[in-house]
Design a protein around this ligand. Structure first.
Ligand SMILES: Nc1ncnc2c1ncn2[C@@H]1O[C@H](COP(=O)(O)OP(=O)(O)OP(=O)(O)O)[C@@H](O)[C@H]1O
Ligand SMILES: Nc1nc2c(ncn2[C@@H]2O[C@H](COP(=O)(O)O)[C@@H](O)[C@H]2O)c(=O)[nH]1
Length: 206
């Protein structure tokens, strides 16, 4: 389905820096709105219900799956995460640009539902740096970090299925790349929609 708003999907192995990049993008670009996912994992650090995530029980998550309430959902690092269908469809239908920070399985499901969604994959500069970012962040236990690094191998193998790949080595440079992609795609889709509207008008199609 085609909507007036744009969907940007940002995926990366845990610790590559996608949340930091998306947060910085949101501060710079008031046209972009974040999507708040539902998850069955516990809050960490200063995370708040409704801000970083909607933290729900396994039963609540099951109920949303049964009600077709997710536009995509996946098992990631042993927990379930999903994007509310209603929140996304309502906002892009109103012309908002929405950014989703989700894993690659969810990103590929989004592309099926929204063909114009732009998929962006963030890579760390090296394995060593990925591990040290997770350790420096200091929010996950050692066994959780090990699991996330193990899963990173499979996740990084999916980068080729994305529309764009950004290497997050120097933060400001990666942010510039992300901003450029968002602006370029917004202009491209606006031009496409205008051209289609002009064609319909010239053919007298309401
Ligand atoms: N370019 C960079 N150089 C150095 N450190 C960075 C860079 N980008 C992000 N970081 C740091 O790396 C850590 C991981 O970043 P962040 O939490 O944004 O990762 P993430 O990909 O969102 O991870 P997760 O999927 O687990 O939420 C944070 O401490 C962040 O400040
Ligand atoms: N498929 C989905 N993946 C999601 C969603 N929300 C977050 N995520 C991904 O989960 C991992 C772990 O996140 P963390 O906050 O526990 O570190 C990360 O790759 C996220 O991108 C979602 O709605 N759907």
């Amino acid at each position: 389905m085609d909507y007036p708003g744009n969907l940007f999907v940002v995926s990366a192995p845990s610790g590559a820096g996608k949340s930091s990049l998306v947060k910085a993008l949101l501060e710079l670009d008031s046209h972009v709105q974040p999507s708040v996912s539902h998850t069955t994992r516990a809050p960490r650090g200063q995370e708040k219900h409704g801000r970083e995530y909607f933290f729900v029980s396994e039963q609540e998550f099951d109920a949303m799956v049964a009600a077709n309430g997710f536009v995509e959902w996946a098992n990631v690092h042993g927990r379930r995460y999903g994007t509310s269908r209603k929140a996304i469809e309502e906002r892009v239908a109103l012309g908002a640009d929405v950014v989703l920070e989700i894993d690659y399985q969810g990103a590929l499901q989004i592309k099926q539902a929204f063909v114009n969604a732009v998929l962006i994959f963030i890579l760390p500069p090296s394995w060593e740096e990925l591990r040290s970012r997770l350790e420096r962040r200091g929010e996950d236990a050692a066994d959780v970090i090990d699991l996330r690094l193990k899963n990173a191998e499979e996740e990084m193998a999916q980068a080729g299925k994305f529309d764009f790949v950004i290497i997050n080595e120097v933060f400001e440079r990666a942010l510039f790349d992300l901003k450029t992609i968002v602006h370029a795609q917004r202009l491209k889709y606006a031009a496409q929609r205008r051209a289609r509207a002009d064609t319909f008008e010239s053919l007298n199609i309401p």
